[in-house]
Design a protein around this ligand. Structure first.
Ligand code: GDP
Ligand code: IMO
Ligand code: MG
Length: 421
């Protein structure tokens, strides 16, 4: 059985959590492949909103296995808090969640170092979530990381202490106040919490299950434009958010990939700094932010808002091999007289088919104006009943990208999802 991937095509927060939860009934396994507690995946059912950071978004469905893959970086203190806030009992969750031995750990000192490096950055401040993502992945790639599998070793405390000392030596160069003992207490409790779960070689598990015909959904975090290699570097995260990241982050072969579901909002948002060609610093941007509740699920920061950016979307479709598009949040744009879609960029006055390299390029978006949709659409269950202007908007995106929009989300609840047959 082929493994499907679901990932974000913009700058994160496209609605991945909501959609993964909505389609989980079709799968046996939901596997997160990268990122860490920088992610905030929201989902809603029975009028309750849940925000997940590390735990895959299939966790609320009984009988589904959720897997934290080797590409994820885990902060044990965040993990513990998340488990405790979930709802189902620990006993129940134990059978539903497994952790890769190879997933690297975020140490308390990684978080402090993240803050130290970010303070130092000046003009190129990333607007990091300060969860220790960049420093944990840096230790991983420099072969200095501590992994979930190490928790099971008898000398784990010694290992931890040697990493801690190494980090504290670096931190001596920074004038930063921190209470390490307080962080460490929660972290060690988190380590104990992790021991309640199976910490195993998930690359075997996921491949074996797929071979046995079980359906696996790989869940991405962040978005394509935040990819370490192909995003708006250096304003990116520290992992591969694209479909290739599912292969490295779960230990699966490219040949095992089936569908690649790409999620995008009907407009764009970005948290933190970095280029955002279609950003709206006006009333329309504020309306999108207020109506769309565009405030970070992890940090609470206001998200920057702008019109849909087709050059960026086409780029994301290209680098991910997207086979189906899922569009979210068109309901937020209800009531606009006109809506805009950026169809190409002008760089130094010249039309440019590619996303320019470098952060200094001055990009002028070229827009196509379309008639908006006036009515509220959240109650609509059937694609045919959507306003004709919205259907034209969707069909325009399909024509431009050559990829079908097979799902339209019209609200945050799992029920507010239209599958187009
Ligand atoms: P993720 O990181 O991709 O999972 O997205 P976030 O959860 O960070 O942000 C998406 C936000 O939009 C959350 O508050 C969701 O509850 C909400 N949401 C998701 N889909 C829709 C939709 O179609 N309409 C509306 N109005 N809200 C949505
Ligand atoms: P989900 O999975 C939106 C952004 C941060 C910052 C940059 C680097 O919820 O879509 P990091 O903490 O990774 O060093 O921050 O990336 N960022 C996100 N933006 N959604 C996310 O995740 C994000 N994770 C990181 O704001 O600009
Ligand atoms: Mg999010």
């Amino acid at each position: 059985m082929k493994i499907d991937i679901l990932l974000g095509l913009q700058w994160g927060d496209e609605g991945k959590g909501k959609i993964v939860d909505a389609i989980s009934p079709d799968y046996d396994v939901i596997a997160r492949f990268q990122g860490g507690p920088n992610a905030g995946h929201s989902l809603e059912f029975n009028n309750v909103k849940h925000v997940l950071h590390l735990i895959p978004s299939g966790i609320f469905h009984k009988g589904k296995l959720n897997l934290i893959g080797n590409g994820v970086v885990i902060d044990p203190s965040v993990f513990k808090k998340e488990i405790e806030e979930l709802g189902p009992s620990l006993n129940e969750l134990k059978d539903r969640l497994v952790i890769s031995t190879r997933a690297n750990l975020i140490l308390p000192t990684h978080r402090i170092l993240d803050a130290a490096y970010e303070c130092q950055k000046g003009m190129t401040k990333i607007g990091s979530t300060l969860k220790g993502i960049c420093t944990a992945y840096t230790d991983k790639t420099s072969r200095n990381g501590l992994s979930a599998g190490d928790i099971l070793r008898a000398d784990f405390n010694d290992l931890y202490n040697s990493h801690r000392e190494r980090h504290l030596t670096i931190l001596k160069n920074y004038d930063l106040k921190f209470d390490l003992a307080e962080y460490e207490k929660g972290w060690m409790e988190g380590i104990e919490m992790m021991k309640n779960f199976r910490i195993i070689n998930t690359e075997y598990l996921v491949n074996n299950l797929a071979t046995q015909g079980r359906k696996v959904l790989a869940e991405g975090a962040q978005g394509t434009m935040l990819d370490l290699d192909l995003g708006s570097y250096p304003f990116v995260t520290s992992s591969n958010t694209i479909s290739a990241g599912a292969c490295t982050g779960l230990g699966i072969s490219p040949l095992s990939i089936g569908e690649v579901f790409g999620i995008f909002k009907a407009y764009c948002t970005r948290v933190g700094t970095g280029p955002f060609p279609t950003e709206l610093n006006d009333e329309t941007g504020s309306t999108l932010r207020e109506k769309g509740h565009e405030f970070g699920s992890t940090t609470g920061r206001p998200r920057r808002c702008g019109w849909l950016d087709l050059p960026a979307l086409k780029y994301a479709i290209m680098v991910n091999g997207v086979t189906q598009l899922f569009m979210t949040k068109a309901d937020v744009m209800s009531g606009f007289d006109i809506v805009r879609i950026c169809t190409c960029y002008k760089v130094d006055g010249q039309e440019c088919a590619e996303i320019p390299y470098g952060i200094d390029a001055v990009i002028d978006p070229v827009y196509r104006e379309m008639e908006g949709w006036k009515q509220e659409i959240s109650g609509i269950k059937d694609y045919g009943k959507l306003p004709s202007t919205l259907k034209k908007f969707i069909e325009f995106i399909e024509t431009e990208t050559g990829v079908p929009v097979t799902m339209v989300s019209v609200g945050p609840d799992r029920e507010e999802t239209i599958v187009r047959r």
